[in-house]
Design a protein around this ligand. Structure first.
Ligand code: FAD
Length: 391
């Protein structure tokens, strides 16, 4: 695999582009693709309908694809009401609008998440222990792709995220920790743009979907720092997952479907304790270097507050499907931050760390999204760049 112009060690991390591309392509991407399809990882609990705390709602759905469609109870296949008992293929679902791509199951309740503790994530705005208004979304039926959410509404969210919470740092002026927050957000933004370009509505009249290389170039590839931030974010989240590997391996993946659950456990083991990953990138990111100075605790609190603001902004995203993936990825990142900063004096994972089932689902799905974006950039970036730069 050719990583194109990206070579050498990824800034702020401990591995190089070439190793990341190769271990991602050979090991991580295939395992993650399998893992996110398992019954444990494909249902995400989310509060989709909250008022925006910053400005009045300006829902801007242009395409129907923008919405996460709900299926009335009688149309929802019985086995999916107890998704952990049956591994039903996604395309068996007949949705209200005749569209199998999206489904929210309001018939599930918190019992479905039994066996895991309920705890609030201090990095996010939502109270994860409050089940009121939560719905369960089958992520496989709601892929992250182009939705037609563009214009001032979308722009306002990104502007608020960048300008209010993590302004682009002037070189040398900002401390390491603030740079980290900026890079993480920018990395997720790159990944979202790549998924939009990878699954784009090319022709509305014929409903033809496919890749939009020009968009991938215009939004991401022509800006090397956006690509670098994507790799940085991937390694940051990967570090969180490997740091919590023992905890995650011992966790409860029981969904009632014995065969599927065994597969989930095996995939989790292969992914989190992977010898090839160990060899290629033993320490994806060194969090021990952060929060070391005297102002450490204060700084951490300040960044936590900023991150919670970013999380609250997700309620202002005027497109349901974008809000779903926005919330999932912010919770995933909040979980990575929670893991990386739950440490004892020796920077070992604190024994008191407790994760919610939903946090683990968000973390793994975020890693999978980033891994897929890296794969696109690695495999298609160089040829797209060549074509676009010729014009
Ligand atoms: P935008 O992507 O809106 O970018 C705005 C500005 O931010 C750019 O002009 C640039 O200055 C800066 N910028 C862009 N990328 C980066 C980066 N990587 N790092 C740093 N700065 C950057 N649309 C969909 O079709 N499907 C989705 O699933 C989807 N999910 C979304 C989730 C969230 C949380 C949000 C806020 C928006 C989502 N959108 C989604 C909308 C999408 O992200 C764009 O906002 C929209 O397509 C308009 O793009 P744009 O060209 O105006 O640039």
């Amino acid at each position: 695999q050719d990583s194109g112009k990206y070579k050498g060690v990824i800034e702020g991390c401990c591995c190089d582009y070439e190793s990341v591309d190769s271990v991602n392509g050979e090991v991580l991407h295939p395992l993650l693709q399998e893992l996110v399809k398992t019954p444990f990882f494909r249902y995400f609990k989310v509060k989709l309908w909250c008022d925006c705390p910053f400005w009045p709602d300006d829902g801007m759905c242009r395409l129907r694809d923008c919405s996460v469609c709900e299926c009335p109870e009688n149309e929802f296949p019985e086995p999916l009401k107890k998704p952990f008992l049956h591994g039903l293929p996604a395309d068996d679902v007949a949705c209200q609008e005749g569209r199998p791509q999206a489904a929210v199951d309001r018939t599930l309740d918190s019992g479905a998440f039994k066996g895991w503790i309920e705890t609030d994530n201090p990095w996010t705005n939502d109270d994860e222990t409050d089940n009121d208004g939560m719905t369960y979304v089958n992520l496989l039926l709601n892929p992250e792709r182009y939705t037609g959410y563009v214009g001032p509404s979308a722009r306002r969210i990104w502007d608020a995220v960048y300008s209010e919470n993590c302004p682009k740092y002037p070189s040398g002026e900002m401390c390491q920790e603030k740079k980290v927050l900026y890079k993480l957000i920018s990395g997720i933004h790159s990944s979202i743009s790549i998924h939009i370009a990878a699954d784009y509505l090319l022709d509305e009249s014929t409903n033809k979907w496919g890749q939009n290389p020009e968009l991938m170039y215009d939004r991401v590839l022509r800006y090397p720092d956006r690509v670098r931030n994507l790799y940085f974010t991937f390694l940051f989240v990967l570090r969180a997952v490997t740091k919590a590997a023992d905890y995650l391996e011992q966790a409860e993946y029981d969904t009632g479907n014995h065969t599927e659950d065994l597969k989930t456990e095996s995939l989790v083991r292969q992914l989190f304790h992977n010898p090839k990953l160990q060899a290629a990138c033993p320490l994806p990111f060194d969090e021990a270097k952060l929060w070391q100075g005297q102002s450490g605790p204060e700084l951490k609190q300040q960044i936590q507050k900023q991150f919670r603001n970013i999380s609250a902004l997700m309620d202002c995203v005027g497109c349901e499907k974008c809000r779903l993936w926005g919330k999932l990825q912010v919770l995933g990142l909040g979980t990575a931050l929670k893991i990386l900063f739950s440490v004892d004096g020796q920077n070992q994972l604190s024994e008191s760390l407790q994760l919610q089932r939903n946090e683990v689902i968000a973390l793994v799905n975020l890693l999978s999204r980033l891994s897929e974006s890296i794969k696109y950039v690695c495999e298609q970036g160089p040829s797209i760049e060549k074509t676009m730069e010729r014009h």
